[in-house]
Design a protein around this ligand. Structure first.
Ligand code: NOJ
Length: 754
């Protein structure tokens, strides 16, 4: 292999004497790398530069968006394009680099990308599920394992984390993010970025880390009516306060790349938004990495109606600050003309190419384009036993216990009884990984059935089984058999949910109840007058009002991934006491959506003690509150929070208040409680949410044990965008709660900012 300009190890130049600051901003001030990049740029023709700004999907088996109309095979063969995605084996990735090394003039290595969203080969619970663990270390660890696996096949770059705040359960992609809260979402964004990339940008010189990509910039989760790709109709204040913080936090954690969002905001499609990609991201936030469009999003500027043809679309996107064009070939086929006609200046192209080349230097690809590629590493890395153990742990920590009347769960191994396992998710493996499941093998995921059989093999429980119905259709032909199996049993355990294709991209729903005949089957089972428990495998908050009223216990298992059955069985058997809490509200019905805990009060709020007083902001048919609130989740034990104390009730700007409370495990099992701090700004120059999460601590407690939790409230916890959109804290009165969920107001205190 011949390399054009590698006389010395760039790595050694690159990483010696660099300062400890991990932001890309400080990195790009590294003169050495700037010079290297410039030396490459000086050799490049305009065509070669534009090719570097182009990314195509490989012609392989993985399809994650509309097919390109360009001659992709030819471009891949020529080896000049900057990036290829959806190629996922060492062998295929070697072919991609070979094309660049053997067929292109400059032999610039190719950046290989892939959607490594919740695992590569070992699949972890879907991101929304994992967020319910409130365990940042766990999320960093699973992202890191995903990076180890993906990089072992030669992938350099993941299109993750998805950090879009989501308040609408109809939207299929709620599964891919961290829920509805900007504070928690920001911390999770940072944990995931660090998990993929390592603690600082220096970690990227290792071959077991990958570039992360914060997406979809911006406010993709605000799709109107929960319909994917739809407009995000939101105020500037909501954009800044609710949707932007996780993207900003990702930058603070050193994220290397951003991806555009498909939607428009206020008439401006994000992929053509100079405000987003130049003014905000680069000028205000100091981002120094590069930005990629979403799949064919540059071309879609035509359908949006802001570009009349591909040339205009290319010019709009690149001038906005979108450096790389994913999948549609619009840059490679139009940008040169746009430059020649003066629509785009060559210096804009140069800047984009610089940013892309810089990443390739950082990864050491100029040093050795094949440095990630080793069949032995691929073999020894994928599905390592310790990765599977972490995956099992992640399942246990993500499962949310929504209801547990009369201690239905756990199912005691020593109790001699017959349990009827009924439902389409008992033996289903195919849906367990959920959407965006990398290279996870759907036939390998452990079914609930197999997990339970393993768990209870030496127990006194006898299981009987019937499928009862499928996940999608209204076919009731298997009801009779299921009911006769259920009749033989002492109690019934039902497993239901959504087919994995019913959530994820372009998978939105207007009816968010259990699909098909599933609820009908539950109704029939209920008539047998036995205790019924329900385990759910699904990708979004469902309307569970009927189930909540009628079923004894509900365990939300989401899409748990490879180790599904084992992790869920650990919880069912009581070998792990559930500790997860919802990070997204479950509505009472779809009519409440969008619904979120940090809503505004309105001028006519309801009085909770007297909710149906006329001319107030309420529904005639259901309560305003969600069925299950943000921050809610049960345990096999019980906790109480009390003794709330503030070290003072007034603080100055720059000062702080120390808040303490005791949390006690008042039940019989050891367990963990997520103690949450919420704050409300009572009067301000603009309306403020009824409460906002500002801190949390996950506390492990033995049965009977008490621990003190401590939060420090400072000015930064009280800041918001004031009337003039200045980010500030305004003096005045505040309330705070130390609580077990966003609905818990037992421990309340007042304080003041002077
Ligand atoms: C479209 C999706 O919106 C995006 O999240 C994903 O990274 C790309 N396709 C590539 O698969």
């Amino acid at each position: 292999m011949k390399k054009l300009f590698i006389a010395v190890s760039f790595l050694s130049i690159l990483f010696c004497g660099c300062n400890k600051n991990s932001s890309w901003q400080s990195f790009s001030k590294d003169k050495t790398i700037e010079q290297k990049v410039d030396s490459v740029l000086a050799l490049m023709t305009l065509d070669e530069k534009i090719a570097q700004m182009t990314q195509f999907a490989s012609n392989g088996e993985i399809i994650t968006g509309p097919a390109s109309e360009s001659d992709v095979a030819r471009y891949l063969r020529e080896g000049t394009i900057g990036s290829v995605f959806n190629t996922v084996t060492v062998e295929n990735n070697r072919t991609v680099q070979d094309a660049a090394m053997q067929n292109s003039r400059l032999k610039i290595p190719v950046l290989i990308g892939f959607d490594v969203i919740h695992g590569f080969r070992t699949i972890f619970p879907m991101p929304l599920a994992e967020s319910c663990s409130w365990d940042l270390d766990l999320m960093r660890k699973t992202a890191n394992i995903a990076a180890q696996e993906a990089s072992s096949v030669g992938i350099h770059w993941t299109f993750a984390p998805m950090v879009d705040i989501a308040r609408d359960a109809r939207w299929g992609r709620v599964m891919e993010g961290a829920g509805e809260d900007p504070y928690l979402g920001s911390l999770i964004a940072q944990a995931r970025v660090k998990g993929f990339q390592g603690e600082s940008w220096e970690s990227l010189k290792e071959t077991n880390t990958i570039l992360a990509c914060a997406k979809h910039f911006a406010a993709y989760g605000a799709a109107e009516a929960g319909r994917d790709y739809n407009v995000a109709e939101l105020s500037e204040r909501t954009l800044h306060e609710i949707y932007l913080p996780p993207y900003k936090a990702a930058n603070e954690a050193g994220v290397a790349t951003y991806m555009t969002a498909f939607n428009e905001i206020g008439g401006v499609p994000c992929t053509g938004s100079k405000y987003l990609f130049t003014d905000l991201l680069r000028k205000d936030w100091g981002f120094g990495g590069f930005a990629v469009s979403d799949h064919t999003a540059v071309k879609e500027l035509i359908a949006h109606g802001v570009a009349k043809d591909e040339k205009e679309a290319a010019a709009l996107a690149v001038n906005a600050g979108v450096d790389m064009d994913m999948a549609d070939g619009v840059y490679i086929e139009n940008l040169k003309k746009a430059v020649e006609e003066g629509l785009v200046s060559e210096s804009v192209i140069d800047n984009s190419v610089r940013r892309i080349l810089e990443m390739k230097f950082i990864l050491g690809l100029f040093d050795d384009p094949y440095r990630y590629l080793s069949e032995e590493r691929e073999k020894s890395t994928l599905l390592k036993p310790e990765f599977l153990e972490t995956a099992r742990d992640a399942v246990r920590k993500s499962v949310v216990l929504l209801k547990n009347d009369n201690s239905y769960f756990p199912l005691d191994k020593n109790k001699g009884q017959t349990v009827a396992l009924i439902g389409p998710m008992v033996k289903n493996q195919r849906s367990l990984n959920g959407e965006w499941a990398g290279r996870g093998n759907r036939n390998e995921s452990v079914s609930l059935f197999d997990g339970l059989m393993e768990k209870y093999k030496d127990s006194k429980i006898r299981f009987v089984y019937a499928e009862g119905c499928d996940l999608i259709t209204n076919d009731r032909s298997k009801f009779m058999q299921a009911l006769s199996v259920a009749r033989q049993a002492d109690i019934i355990l039902v497993a239901m949910g959504e087919d994995f294709n019913w959530s994820g991209e372009a998978a939105c729903r207007t009816d968010i109840r259990l699909p098909g005949a599933q609820q009908e089957l539950l109704k029939e089972l209920k008539k047998l007058n036995k205790k019924v428990g329900l385990v759910l495998f699904n990708g979004r908050p469902l309307d569970l009002s009927w189930e909540h009223e009628n079923i004894d216990a509900i365990l939300e298992a989401w899409y748990p991934g490879t180790m599904a059955g084992h992790g869920v069985a650990d919880v069912i058997a009581g070998d792990y006491n559930p500790s997860a809490k919802l990070t997204i509200s479950f509505p009472r019905n779809v009519g409440q959506v969008p619904i979120y805990y940090n809503h505004k009060n309105t001028g006519r709020p309801v009085d909770p003690a007297n909710p149906k007083v006329d001319y107030r902001s309420f529904y005639l048919d259901v309560d305003n509150s969600p069925l299950y609130s943000f921050g809610y989740g049960l345990s096999y034990t019980s906790f109480s929070i009390n003794n709330l104390k503030l070290d003072k009730t007034s603080m100055t700007k720059g000062g702080s208040i120390v808040v303490t409370a005791d949390v006690t495990n008042t039940g019989k099992y050891d367990g963990a409680e997520v103690v949450q701090l919420y704050i409300h700004d009572i009067t301000a120059s603009v309306t403020r949410p009824v409460k906002e999460l500002k801190g949390f601590e996950k506390v492990s407690l033995k049965a009977g044990e008490t621990k003190q939790v401590k939060f420090e409230v400072s000015e930064k916890n009280l800041m918001f965008y004031d009337l003039n959109m200045n980010y500030t804290a305004e003096p005045g009165a505040f309330k705070l709660w130390v609580a077990s969920s966003s609905a818990d107001e037992t421990n309340e205190a007042d304080f003041e900012l002077e």
